[in-house]
Design a protein. Structure first.
Length: 482
């Protein structure tokens, strides 16, 4: 038996991180079993159609290297197929036409609420005499096709959740075909999983209550159902359900925030699965080898962003300078201050040094442009206040004194390769002036970067080299001279 899985999103706008996890697990399971992974677009609900959603879904899956073998298959192109199967159910008495208007259905629900009984279609159209039905059909009265739910209990084995038991009598006679002739999710989903020979339905826990309805459809058609695996809910750290209100939930948002695809995949894989060992770093290929549905947990999986940050920093550090440059360059090019001429003033060796330092401190790709800015900019647009610090006792006089003395000391220095040598030269200045470290080093650091946060002065001098270091310090002295 060839394993066939599918990812079956409804194109409602973006790829939710929960959807990404479903796609990932379905992909991994298919790949590790040398099976087939299908992308199916469940777009039968035209009201929920969002322009461009299908393209962005496909782009997101491709970005994460979750390549599908078949598809995208659009349900909206398969209406005739669902009609044919609905007809088959009508003929076998497993479904019936319902002509009730929405007013009638509302009144029915109201009545049921009054009587405190579960809201459920009362099957008044099931009892319609055949000539009545024929009359209504001839008069062109709109109708839906409902599934005749057998009011009996149903059991099934979910690979993740174990033995499941549902009470059939609580389940409403589902609409299979709407009055516009289009199928509902339930019918289209079951017909497609059968026709596409899907062996394993891997999907979110929110679809668990629909499974009995699906199983009855399989039974009504006389088909063997697939194996079901319902993935645990995604939770916020406070254990509430992950929702848009609490922050980003679109996979694209995380990419836009500078998270690497490797980090995202590794992070998402662990939302409900773990290898049963202490290992934490898994590439997509590792996951194909090691993932197993048996190790997917039932309990909700907590979406812990600190873990994602940690993984992202890990994967950022694992990049070669070339890879990192390729990732940061498009972001740099979006900065108003950037031009391609700026990095050209640095030698390859110097670029390598600067990037390696930045790489160690980056948490996301977006840190790249901010951290590179002090090195790349020709001139810095200084702000006086940033130089001063009440806490460190740095005022204008101190700034000038520090610069006037540090400049000749650094000018006398030729080797900028060792931070120790730079440090020795500056410590000598601090001692000579009888000032505290911060009173000299803070203004020098701001002079070199014009940033509130940056590496320390000795590292900056090493990375910038003699020429740029002195250029920055002299520019600051001039800035304070006016
Ligand atoms: N179209 C459903 C969704 O958007 C698919 C559910 C399933 O996989 O059966 O999640």
């Amino acid at each position: 038996m060839t394993v066939v899985t599918r990812f079956a999103p409804s194109p409602t706008g973006y790829l939710h991180v929960g959807g990404l996890r479903t796609a990932l697990y379905a992909y991994l399971f298919a790949r590790q079993n040398k099976g087939k992974f299908i992308l199916r677009i469940e777009d039968t609900d035209q009201k929920r159609y969002v322009e461009g959603a299908v393209e962005s879904l496909q782009n997101a899956l491709k970005f994460f290297d979750l390549n599908w073998d078949e598809g995208p298959i659009f349900q909206s192109h398969r209406t005739a197929i669902y009609q044919k199967y609905a007809q088959q159910l009508l003929e076998s008495g497993k479904a019936y036409r319902c002509f009730c208007t929405s007013e009638e259905l509302d009144a029915m629900r109201e009545q049921q609420a009054k009587l405190k009984i579960a809201p459920k279609y009362d099957r008044r159209c099931l009892e319609l005499a055949p000539e009545k039905t024929a009359e209504k059909l001839a008069a062109g009265i709109p109708f839906v096709i409902r599934q005749l739910i057998p009011y009996k209990d149903i059991d099934f084995l979910d690979t993740i959740r174990g033995d499941m038991h549902f009470h059939g009598k609580d389940i409403d006679d589902q609409v299979l075909i709407k009055s516009d002739g289009l199928p509902t999710y339930h019918l289209a989903n079951v017909v497609d999983d059968h026709e596409m020979e899907v062996t394993h339905v891997i999907r979110g826990e929110e679809w668990l209550p629909s499974t009995p309805k699906h199983l009855w459809l399989y039974e009504a058609f006389g088909w063997t159902p697939p194996i079901f695996a319902h993935l645990p809910l995604l939770l916020n750290p406070d254990r509430s359900k992950l929702s848009k209100r609490q922050g980003d939930v679109a996979a694209e948002d995380f990419v836009a925030k500078g998270y690497l695809k490797e980090a995202m995949i590794n992070f998402i894989a662990f939302l409900g699965w773990n290898p049963g060992t202490e290992e934490e770093i898994f590439s997509l290929e590792d996951l194909v080898k090691r993932f197993s549905l048996d190790r997917v947990q039932k309990a909700g999986a907590v979406f812990n962003l600190e873990k994602l940050d940690w993984l992202n920093a890990h994967y950022l550090r694992a990049k070669t300078t070339k890879e990192l440059t390729d990732l940061i360059l498009p972001l740099l090019q979006k900065e108003s201050w950037y031009s391609d001429a700026l990095p050209q003033k640095f030698s390859e060796a110097q670029k390598e040094k600067i990037l390696s330092s930045v790489q160690l401190r980056m948490k996301t790709l977006l840190d790249g442009p901010t951290m590179l800015r002090p090195f790349l900019l020709d001139t810095l647009d200084y702000k006086r206040e940033l130089f001063f610090s009440e806490k460190m006792k740095v005022d204008e006089a101190t700034v000038k004194l520090a610069l006037e003395n540090a400049i000749p000391a650094l000018e006398a220095l030729d080797n900028y390769d060792e931070e120790e040598t730079i440090k020795a030269a500056l410590v000598a200045v601090i001692e000579k002036l009888g000032l505290k470290n911060g009173q000299v080093l803070w203004p020098l650091r701001v002079a070199l970067t014009n940033e509130e946060y940056s590496p320390g002065v000795f590292e900056l001098c090493r990375l910038m080299g003699k020429e740029l270091t002195l250029k920055r310090l002299k520019a600051t002295l001039e800035f304070f001279a006016v």
